[in-house]
Design a protein around this ligand. Structure first.
Ligand code: HEC
Ligand code: HEC
Length: 349
């Protein structure tokens, strides 16, 4: 009896040892893993709280799925992907897009979107989770639903990721609307995970580098009443996330009406969501319709081109009571040099 018990003990010990080795080699065995894996967003010091979604929490697999879909022309029948218009090299923007209705847009960059609460130039969208759903239309992706279901369900990586990220065993079980929703949600997760905080200016703020003389003087102009840019292009996102009429237009028709087109309120005439200035050197041309080709043109505009009419923001009237900044040629160069320090080239790679 004694002998048998000892034998058993040895067998048990051996089994424990073998399992320990097996676990060590493979951390958690695949079968024991539960998906999705929660993802914690690292928020740079000084940044506001990100606008995360309780119904679409960040997960490792959701972000991976979103990243693939964002870059993949599998969603379209015309070879387009999100990155056709939101190109990495331009900080995930591209020069211009003209809609079928004839409106020319400067394509906004995708940078620090997880901190924003309104989207598009006129703030027509307020949820990143659903924003991508509009891109399946003929004008953008011209998606063929039948083909989309077929491509995704037959794709080994996508079917695995849909299962892990959203516990969807087979995408064919979804309606087309549900599928578009899940795709948009996964892409939103990916976009929220994309944080940029490593421009030369960020490094300067962290006391890692110095600005050169030109950049430093431009920084002073930007953040003082002289240039008075910081009231709307507020740190650290370089947008106050508010709508302003900065006086680019004198008459208000079509796209120039800005926020008015959404709210119908007279007070919103010509107002646009203040765009970020992060990576601004990579996202020409400028303003909602891309009317300025260079930063030189933008600075000339703020210096002496601001229109005066009843709709222009009071912030555009400077302390001298004028709308002109009266910058010297050197000060203009300094301001542009400063704007270029907002470039985070690593973000585009
Ligand atoms: C054919 C060009 C084109 C394609 C393809 C495209 N976009 Fe856009 N995107 C635009 C334009 C133009 C705007 C600005 C629209 C406006 O202001 O009304 C925009 C705006 C956005 C914005 C708002 C950014 C901000 O800061 O306000 C997001 C987010 C976005 N797109 C995501 C996507 C996603 C995700 C995809 C792929 C599913 C995609 N886009 C595909 C042209 C495109
Ligand atoms: C009253 C608020 C306000 C002030 C002050 C202001 N801006 Fe702007 N800025 C805006 C708005 C709003 C837009 C977008 C307008 C549009 O698209 O028509 C904009 C657009 C820009 C753009 C183009 C961004 C893009 O993505 O196309 C640049 C560059 C810029 N501003 C730089 C500056 C500089 C430099 C100063 C200071 C000299 C300044 N801004 C002062 C509100 C402001």
């Amino acid at each position: 009896m004694m002998y048998l018990a000892n034998q058993n003990k040895h067998i048990i010990l051996l089994w424990v040892a073998v399992s320990l080795v097996a676990c060590k080699a493979n951390e958690t065995p695949e079968a024991a893993k539960t998906y999705p894996t929660p993802y914690t967003l690292e928020v740079p010091r000084g940044f506001p709280n990100p606008k995360l979604s309780t119904t679409n929490p960040l997960t490792v697999e959701g972000i991976e799925l979103g990243k693939r879909l964002y870059n993949d022309d599998i969603l379209s029948t015309n070879g387009r992907s999100c990155t056709s218009c939101h190109q990495p090299i331009n900080s995930y923007s591209s020069p211009l897009f003209t809609s079928w209705s004839g409106i020319t847009y400067s394509v906004p960059p995708h940078i620090n979107l997880g901190f924003k609460s309104s989207f598009n130039w006129d703030g027509s969208q307020n949820s990143l989770d659903t924003l991508g759903m509009g891109d399946f239309e003929p004008e953008f992706f011209n998606t063929d639903p039948v083909l989309l279901f077929k491509r995704l369900s037959e794709h080994p990586i996508y079917s695995d990721l849909f299962k892990k990220a959203y516990n969807i065993a087979n995408v064919n079980d979804l309606t087309y609307h549900e599928l578009k929703k899940k795709i948009a949600m996964a892409i939103a997760q990916y976009l929220r995970s994309r944080v940029s905080a490593n421009s030369k200016f960020d490094q300067f703020r962290r006391r890692e580098v110095l600005l050169d003389n030109l950049e430093y003087e431009g920084y002073v102009i930007f953040f003082s009443e002289k240039g008075d840019c910081f009231h709307c292009h507020t740190e650290p996102l370089f947008t106050d996330q508010q709508f302003h009429n900065n006086g680019v237009s004198n008459t208000y028709t079509g796209f120039n009406r800005g926020r008015f087109a959404i709210t119908g309120k007279d007070a919103d005439m010509g107002k646009f969501l203040t765009p970020t200035l992060r990576n601004i050197s990579l996202t020409a041309p400028y303003m909602h319709d891309g009317r300025f080709k260079t930063l030189e043109e933008v600075v000339d505009f703020y210096d002496s081109g601001v229109h005066a009419n009843g709709y222009v923001d009071p912030l555009m009237t400077k302390t001298n009571g004028e709308r002109e900044l009266l910058l010297t040629p050197l000060q203009k160069l300094q301001l542009i040099a400063f704007l270029k320090t907002l470039t985070d080239i690593g973000y585009t790679q």
